[in-house]
Design a protein around this ligand. Structure first.
Ligand code: MCN
Ligand code: CUM
Length: 785
């Protein structure tokens, strides 16, 4: 009999299983897929931000000896595919027919024998444009004289997309009217890009004989993509197979369906050959899904002794030329409604106005938890602006106003129910790790000498793990996830899940969940994902929902298998199931622990000639669908320490302390990796990243020369701490963590830099805090954004 005790079983630190292939260069990414006879696609893109298309001449390109097809908007219009639906019930041009609406927009698609010929042939296409004035500044988009971007839409006479609000306006106005102190601040969360190292791409293979379409694609949500392809293209859903192989980073960039994916599919249908399309870096940076671009006006009300009473916010949200924002249907501004943050408020109200501009589809994603990033940044900047006004320490002001453990489950002023938390404990721990009082002393001494040192604090609450499906769906698809678990005769298991890892290590952590529940080693559990023919339906990986939803499904399906194992064990031991007890890895007879059967023994018996009770079918497998009762609400306290050189505007992040609480941790090593990555992301956004445009709508961030990724040079050695407050409604008490650090860290960095510049009278600087922006602020001449 094997015992499980001496082997690592279940939760705990464990290196990632998938790394064995990644570190040896054996990953299989979309661009590694090579099929016999495969052709290559390339996209012709608009050089102008806003222009009418007068004509498209493809004759010369078609005459190129290696070109197999040239597809234009007109070709697609003939197939009814020139426009496709977006995730926000808008439409997006696959290839432009009437106008181009942003620089880099897709105009034509060439299919050729090789990549080089496809690119060369783009030069042979002659497009005549009639330039139109572009709308670049979202704050001007609703001006009466602003050119109308979406004149393709019948009822669209301006650039307005939606108005959305949350909270109680009247009550908030009352609270503000009665408050001792009201402070306000304008701030921009600039347009940024997820910039995964692997760009987006697709290999489409339509088999003309069987009618089966196989699509290898960079997607975070293969099942949702399949359903959308079926609905839009009219291909029967069972004839579509989406394979999301290894993904080189998603960060939200791979949630949507992009014109290039559709073009590859059409290219394969038209040529009868497999067609590969993979975008290059500039295409990715200029056209494929942007995040943020929120122009926010915040007001905060408080008593003069520092009790925060209310928040009032108005946002102008720049969604670019097509509203392709990824959000659950009922939430046009995503979960921005959590802008009340981690504080006990009397009232709050926000309004968000979404507008079109001549920019690539925006508001899509980037470690955002559906707009929680913007919300957290807003409230955490506002608390610091208030602290400045009150002359109080920002950590003390937070400590005074944070929700107390006894208030959970806590219903916010905007209708969210936070599941659990001990906020003061997390902040106290961060302050202890930082030696906060010593830092403030050091800062005071430095200020005496004219040196600029800043300490920034932020506290965040996230909302991750969408559904429940009653409230949350994407294009009508409810946000729940299926799981299937099969234990083979020799006790080795295969788990099939609907979510899709892009670097988060699901093949490891999901095996650990099954291992924890069944008491078999994680090495004995294979995780299958990313292939719609092999996995149950579910909505995929984004909004840090894999652990909260699919992870719960994995635990529940394993528990079902464990219950079936109990019946088999009872037949083996010839006792009633009621007389059996579970310890990790085996069922044994109550009061007689020597009489027991391990999962491995049970698995073999379940497939043997053992006589099973009436109605028990044998084998050891189960399926389940998990529809979460609520989101999970991870939280954390971050402290950033910076030194600023007023003469050069250089910011040096000296220390960064991050205390995260994501409930029970399945694999602490992976959680820490997620936090490290997210902190680097947040630092990048705070200090160096923006996709900017000139007044003609030219994109200024089309390469890694302009759009900077932080490296180990800019990042400090992260100092992590943790508290554990399990989610009361999640089967294993876990909350999501994948986006926490990106959500929580930018405010800490900006708060630190503004704190450093305080002696110079600076109260706010918009991200990114480049040397130029900081230098200008220090000179009393802030950059206009
Ligand atoms: N985990 C854990 N214990 C917890 C919570 C999570 O061990 N209490 C583990 C999970 O099992 C999983 C990882 O941490 O292996 C992240 O889990 P989760 O928070 O559920 O997030 P998702 O798996 O749903 O990942 C999505 C999230 C998002 S939305 C973005 S954006 C982002 C992020 O993950 N993109 C990433 N982290 C990323 N990390 C990498 N390497 N690459 C990306 O593209
Ligand atoms: Cu919003 S970026 Mo992640 O949810 O894939």
């Amino acid at each position: 009999m094997t015992t499980t005790e001496e082997r690592p079983v279940g939760f705990g630190r464990m290196p990632r299983k998938e790394d064995a292939r990644f570190v040896r260069g054996h990953g299989t990414y979309v661009d590694d897929v090579r099929l016999p006879g495969m052709l290559y696609g390339a996209i012709l893109r608009s050089p102008l931000a806003h222009a009418r298309i007068v004509s498209v001449d493809t004759g010369a390109a078609e005459a190129h000896p290696k070109v197999k097809a040239v597809i234009t908007g007109q070709t697609l219009a003939g197939l009814g595919l020139a426009w496709m639906p977006t995730l926000s019930y808008d439409t997006q041009a696959v290839l432009a027919t009437d106008k181009v609406r942003f620089q880099g927009q897709e105009v034509a698609f060439v299919v050729a024998e090789d990549r080089y010929a496809a690119r060369d042939a783009l030069e042979l296409i002659d497009v005549e444009y009639e330039p139109l004035p572009p709308v670049v500044d979202a704050r001007r988009a609703l001006d009466p004289d602003a050119p109308v971007i979406r004149d393709d839409k019948e009822h669209q006479s301006d650039n307005h997309i939606f108005d959305w609000s949350a909270g109680d306006k009247e009550r908030t106005d009352e609270v503000f009217a009665a408050a001792d102190i009201v402070v306000e601040q304008d701030m921009l969360y600039p347009r940024v890009h997820p910039a995964p190292l692997e760009t987006c791409g697709t290999v489409a293979d339509m088999d003309a004989i069987t009618g089966k379409l196989t699509v290898w694609s960079t997607t975070q949500a293969p099942h949702a993509h399949r359903t959308i392809y079926a609905m839009v293209a009219g291909i029967p859903e069972h004839k579509i197979r989406i394979i999301s192989p290894d993904i080189g980073g998603g960060f939200g960039n791979k949630v949507g369906i992009y014109p290039g994916y559709v073009c590859a599919v059409v290219g394969s249908i038209v040529t009868g050959k497999p067609v590969k399309w993979v975008e290059d870096r500039s295409e990715n940076l200029m056209s494929t899904s942007f995040a943020r671009d929120y122009h926010m006006h915040g007001e905060i009300a408080a008593t003069k002794d520092g009790k925060i009473l209310g928040l009032r916010v108005h946002v102008i949200a720049d969604h670019g030329a097509f509203n392709a924002t990824a959000q659950p249907t009922q939430f046009p501004a995503g979960f921005f409604g959590v802008f009340t943050g981690s504080y006990d408020l009397a009232a709050a109200h926000c309004t968000v106005t979404g507008v079109y501009t001549d920019k690539a589809p925006g508001g899509v994603a980037y470690a955002c938890s559906f707009r929680v990033t913007e919300a957290v940044y807003l409230v955490e900047r506002m608390v610091d602006v208030l602290a400045d006004r009150l002359g109080t320490d920002p950590a003390a002001l937070r400590m005074r106003n944070l929700l107390r453990p006894g208030q959970f489950p806590y219903k916010t002023q905007t209708g969210w129910e936070y599941d659990s938390g001990d906020y003061p404990r997390a902040l106290r721990l961060a302050m202890d790790i930082a030696h906060y009082e010593d830092l403030r002393r050091e800062q005071a001494e430095k200020r005496e000498r004219g040196e600029l040192m800043g300490i920034g604090v932020s506290f965040f609450t996230e909302a991750v793990g969408a559904g429940p499906r009653r409230h949350m769906d994407i294009l009508g698809l409810g946000m729940a996830d299926g799981a299937e678990l099969r234990v083979h005769p020799t006790g080795k298991a295969v788990l099939r899940i609907s979510v899709q890892t892009q670097g988060q290590g699901h093949e490891t952590t999901f095996a650990q969940i099954v291992a924890e529940e069944l008491g078999i080693p994680p090495e004995d559990v294979d995780v299958v994902h990313g292939d719609t023919d092999q996995t149950p339906f579910g909505l995929g990986t984004y909004g840090s929902r894999s652990t909260p939803v699919s992870g719960a499904a994995a635990a529940m399906v394993a528990r079902k298998v464990r219950e079936r194992a109990k019946i088999v064990a009872s037949a083996m031991l010839e006792v009633s199931p009621d007389d059996l007890e579970w310890e990790k890895g085996r069922w044994y007879v109550t009061g007689d622990p020597d009489q027991g059967r391990t999962m491995t023994e049970i698995a073999l018996a379940a497939h043997s000639n053992l006589e099973l009770p009436e109605g028990v079918e044998g084998h050891l497998d189960a399926t389940c669908v998990y529809n979460p009762p609520n989101l999970t609400f991870p939280f954390g306290a971050y402290i950033c320490v910076v030194d600023v050189d007023a003469d050069t505007g250089q910011v040096k992040v000296r220390r960064f302390i991050a205390v995260d609480d994501c409930g029970n941790r399945i694999n602490p090593m992976i959680v820490e990796g997620q936090v490290h990555g997210g902190l680097a992301d947040g630092l990048g956004m705070a200090l160096m990243q923006v996709i900017a445009f000139d007044e003609d709508g030219n994109c200024l961030g089309g390469s890694f020369m302009d759009y900077l990724l932080p490296t180990s040079v800019e990042c400090p050695s992260w100092e992590l701490g943790e508290t554990v407050t399990p989610s009361p409604h999640h089967p294993i008490g876990a909350k999501g963590v994948g986006e926490s650090a990106t959500v929580g860290s930018p405010a800490a960095v900006v708060n630190a830099v503004v704190d450093a510049l305080k002696p110079l009278g600076v109260r706010h600087v918009d991200m990114p805090l480049t040397p130029a922006a900081v230098w200008r602020a220090a000179q009393g001449r802030p950059l206009r954004t």
